[in-house]
Unconditional design. Structure first.
Length: 188
């Protein structure tokens, strides 16, 4: 696995062979980050990012490398979490926080809000289609924030509130949502 660009750009890490995650391809990751860099000035804004279903941590590391003030990676599987922890220790960057736990429970609890929320659930996860709605209804998003979900071509989330655009890179699809600046935080 390699970090594509930023302060850790071109760094490579050997992913353990027993990882069960489906990492976002380098091609798709590079392209979605090109889109995000046209929407956010990472260095100037130093956003806070959340990576749900972090897997190998490739997205978290890309956010960290590009200048996010803090990155929270949520991963349930021990092998993947241990790999993220190992890479974080090698980088010695205090701005990466690993939460070992269930991403769906994290969405429900929404302990804080973020400027960017990225979700890459397993494509075969039961209830996959409900995840964007759950995130959009949660307190994870603040006014002006972006939410990106990676998904297969079987899903179309364009009818959900705050949908901005859909991008496809090979078989990898991303739906991007932009929460309006004048949005009020969700109340329960």
């Amino acid at each position: 696995m390699r970090i594509i660009r930023g302060k850790y750009g071109r760094r490579r890490f050997d992913v353990p062979t027993n990882i069960t995650a489906r990492p976002t391809t380098d091609f798709a990751r590079e392209n979605i980050f090109n889109v995000l860099e046209n929407m956010i000035d990472f260095e100037e804004e130093a956003p806070e990012a959340l990576d749900l279903f972090a897997g190998t941590g490739a997205i978290s590391l890309e956010f960290l490398s590009r200048g996010c003030r803090s990155v929270t990676a949520v991963e349930k599987a021990a092998t993947q979490a241990n790999f993220i922890r190992k890479v974080a220790a090698q980088l010695d960057d205090p701005n990466l926080r690993l939460v070992r736990g269930d991403a769906l429970r994290y969405i429900d609890a929404a302990p804080r809000s973020f400027d960017i929320v990225f979700a890459d659930p397993p494509y075969d996860l039961p209830g996959f289609a409900e995840i964007p709605g759950k995130v959009l209804a949660s307190k994870l998003l603040r006014p002006g924030s972006l939410f990106i979900i990676e998904h297969s071509g079987r899903h179309d989330f364009s009818s959900l509130p705050h949908f901005l655009e859909h991008r496809a890179y090979g078989s990898v699809n991303f739906s991007i949502f932009l929460i309006p600046e004048d949005s009020l935080p969700q109340q329960e």
